[in-house]
Design a protein around this ligand. Sequence first.
Ligand SMILES: Nc1ncnc2c1ncn2[C@@H]1O[C@H](COP(=O)(O)OP(=O)(O)OP(=O)(O)O)[C@@H](O)[C@H]1O
Ligand SMILES: [Mg+2]
Length: 429
Amino acid sequence: MTRYEAVTGPHSPSGADNPPRPSTPRTATSGMPVVAMIGGGQLARMTHQAAIALGQTLRVLSAGSDEPAAQVSADVVLGHHDDLNALRTVATGSNAVTFDHEHVPTEHLETLVAEGVNVQPPPSALIFAQDKLRMRRKLAELGIPIPDFAEVTWVGDVTKFGDDHGWPVVVKSIRGGYDGRGVWMPNDADEAEDIVRRELDRGVPLMVEEKVDLRRELSAMVGRSPFGQGAAWPVVETVQRDGQCAVVIAPAPALDEDTAIDAERMALSLAAELGVVGSMAVELFETNDGRILVNELAMRPHNSGHWTMDGCRTSQFEQHLRAVLDYPLGDTTPLAPVTVMANILGAAEAPTMSMDERLHHLFARMPDAKVHLYGKGERKDRKIGHVNVLGGAGSSADGAYVAAVREKAERAAHWMSHAEWTDGWDPHA
Ligand SMILES: Nc1ncnc2c1ncn2[C@@H]1O[C@H](COP(=O)(O)OP(=O)(O)OP(=O)(O)O)[C@@H](O)[C@H]1O
Ligand SMILES: [Mg+2]
């Protein structure tokens, strides 16, 4: 395994025992493309998996050699995403630079573009996934339905918003949030004051928006290439627990066909309008009065697209690579009438039974369950893997059938998290 380290910068791991190595990374000898991904998490790990099939090299910029993608890629640059020199190192000799998260400082990306690096999605598009306030303003300008919102510069902005729109309200950090971290729902002005003062004092820029009366959450995922080709996957339902995605049902059950087509078209035109390149998720709210509002954008593979790994002809990871390299995009046809993805989350206390033994038992009970593990340690509510279960070919996608597939996927994921069958099943009974 060859590893390259960023040779300068505050986060570079070089020291007396670990002298800097040459900063020019290896380029693939095969003549096939090298894609550099910033971030070594599970999204990069699964993109690496797709890159292998396409004969490509996925080089990752990872903060540590134990991160999910750094464990598996043969081409790892150790360094931090806010260190410009680390970014330059990983970009050198690559055909495209892309991301597994949105935390890279925009000005660094603009510097890379000015230096001739092919950054995809470009920072001019990525900014609308990085900055929730800019995203809201842009969507409003484009006439896309969104929750009412306002910028927060002091506590009074939130109390006024709550008094005008009703409590509770939703306060969000404008940058850097994920998995519900950076989202607060104060019930009244007192609660809002505590949160807003604390976060503003910590230097966290905030916005506020109305708490939407949700029927459910949906996601419209698309891929778009620089050539301008777009491809949409079916709209899915996403089930959140504690602000974090837990389950995805594809396609979204009982979603009116016209609404689904409108949402797919909206996501495709938004991708074109913003100049997005790669896979993009448009997180949606379906309201109790039947409206579809946009929550946020993610310009990378996304948890709501993990089902495509087993449930579609082209996965979101392969599509992302095709798009950033400007290949023709792949067919997004589903392979089953319904696919359910359930996240495997770390338990509060890791079970005594090893992960390996849990996998043996799962396979014994459910030979058709497709398991993806990220190589991460078990910590409470941490996403450590996911399970995809496909409905049988030819079966109808009615309510009871979808519920049965969902139950199976959730039972499998719960087993992998807790070493506990939710129906009390005992293999030795
Ligand atoms: N305006 C709102 N009204 C009602 N619920 C909301 C609102 N905004 C956010 N939520 C809930 O909080 C969750 C997390 O919010 P959001 O998607 O904005 O944050 P995030 O931390 O960036 O999420 P992600 O996990 O997608 O990175 C949403 O999926 C939704 O369940
Ligand atoms: Mg979200």
